[in-house]
Write a protein that binds this ligand. Sequence first.
Ligand SMILES: [Cu+2]
Length: 180
Amino acid sequence: MQMTRRQALTLMAATVATPALSAPRRITLRPEAVETMVAGHRLPMLAFNGQVPGPEIRLTQGEAAHIRLENGLRDGALVHWHGLRVPNRMDGVNVLTQDVVIPGESFDYRFDVRDAGTYWYHSHYLSYEQVSRGLFGAFIVEERNPPEVDHDITVQLFDMLLGVQSRHLVDRVEDEPIWL
Ligand SMILES: [Cu+2]
């Protein structure tokens, strides 16, 4: 069966679209350890608000972002707003722009979203591990006067390389890799 591009996008949206937060003006992101079943493998993941990818953040151009990071990890945490123009102290880069948020502590990110577009947010502390375990999400800034479209959907693609015991290769780099 031939599929149109729109049909394919709709199908993909049904499987991977991430729910938007209902109250975007005051947002809390809480990273914590979770276990997720993927293709029969129980994987130790890290999730913002219990979900991988994290919740989609959707604001309107010119709006103020008030986003509290509550660290529910047993490790440090930070959030970097990839591609967004933010004040340097809000950029979420360990050592360079802020101290890491220790377990149980929180940090309030405050910035105005100046540019409409499709962005993402992600951990910037031990990101080779924390991002690859799931600490990332979509950040959409809508135009003040958005164009008319049939559908506006978000699709995020994410792959993981696992070892033979379903261990993430961050843990066991000597494992023989398998592909999901
Ligand atoms: Cu980035």
